[in-house]
Design a protein around this ligand. Sequence first.
Ligand SMILES: NC(=O)c1ccc[n+]([C@@H]2O[C@H](COP(=O)([O-])OP(=O)(O)OC[C@H]3O[C@@H](n4cnc5c(N)ncnc54)[C@H](O)[C@@H]3O)[C@@H](O)[C@H]2O)c1
Length: 393
Amino acid sequence: MNEKKYIFDICIIGGLGHVGLPFGIYLAEKKLKVCCYDNNKELLKKVKKGEMPYIEHNSDKLLNKNIKNKNLSFSSDPNSISVSSTVIIAIGTPVDEYLNPKISDFLENIKALKPFFRESQLVIVRSSVFPKTCQKILKILAENINLDLAYCPERIVQGSAFSELEKLPQIVAGFSDNAKKRAGKLFSLVTRKIIYTSIGEAELMKLFSNSWRYIQFAVANQFYMIANDYEEDFDKIREIMMQDYDRASGIPSAGFAAGPCLLKDTMQLSSFYNNNFLLGQAAMNVNEGLPNYIINDLKKKNNLINKNIGILGMSFKANIDDIRGSLSYKIKKSLIFEGASVFCSDPYVKDKGFIGIEELIKKCSIIIIGAPHKVYKKLKIKNKVIVDIWKIL
Ligand SMILES: NC(=O)c1ccc[n+]([C@@H]2O[C@H](COP(=O)([O-])OP(=O)(O)OC[C@H]3O[C@@H](n4cnc5c(N)ncnc54)[C@H](O)[C@@H]3O)[C@@H](O)[C@H]2O)c1
């Protein structure tokens, strides 16, 4: 694949991120020469030594193997973009504190790197973008050079890249037939099913997918609140509803819908639709309101002032160490405001302020499950008030 004038087949901008790094390792495993370019120098030091900066199942061995065989390298030098035949953009696309997409920051990053792009490169946008952003990227990058720009959104579940990349169909959109063809060829090394779409379809599809999941979680969480207020068990109701009844088979269990993508992409879509995405906004109210619902419910039967309250699980979802957007922190903040002493524990998240599971159970009279880590399944907690919306215990 490596064309002569290039040192690398692939350069991933944002190559140490949760999307960029696993994808880089995966492509190196496919025998491509991959350079992960990232401006986070701290992370760079760590990863160069073969240490994964976060949990990505089955990644450690592959990272070390591909560093050793020199298929995978890391750099904070943007010149690595110039010497790669394909450039993948996988930097973050966050929303600001008012939940508006920070599109100009994202585009400024690309503008700053523009001098490093070269004639006839294939450029693949992998980040989840606000609709019409790819058009703006094309305008920036292809102002005075010819390159092929494709949009191929990432749809994996965080933490499971290596099993999901090859299982999921890949959406491939391009501004030219050549862009589609070249991106399709690259992704045929990854997955058997490639779906070709227009850029506009692909941009919306990614935001629709995440908004859809976010709304589904909100429905379950709203049902949970209704059932709980009516002193019925939502989980039991849900199981019965789903039994041999396909039309209800997709109801998720209740739980904190958090993390770096679902809320953010729902808000991107809302902003794109002039804040008329009412279902998305309602979903945000429900999902982001769940921590306060739980605390208000607790307060009905318990005095929280000066109580020791423990939160088990601080990551945004089960069995990973990522705390971005985790609602466990929202619960912690509200409980402190209510006058409680809060203790936190998580087997994956490294934080000097956290305590061990056993110590937390011993110390606290109220225990809230913040993330349903598998290791909690075997816990036997007696004589405590337990809030376990996930029904993990
Ligand atoms: N996390 C997921 O599971 C997931 C899934 C699908 C899509 N996405 C989307 O993928 C994109 C990236 O998400 P992520 O979770 O990997 O984010 P991340 O924050 O984990 O990674 C982004 C990386 O980009 C680097 N970076 C930022 N600006 C840079 C620059 N100018 N030059 C070089 N490096 C730079 C950062 O240092 C960081 O390592 C987002 O658009 C996100 O919505 C994420």
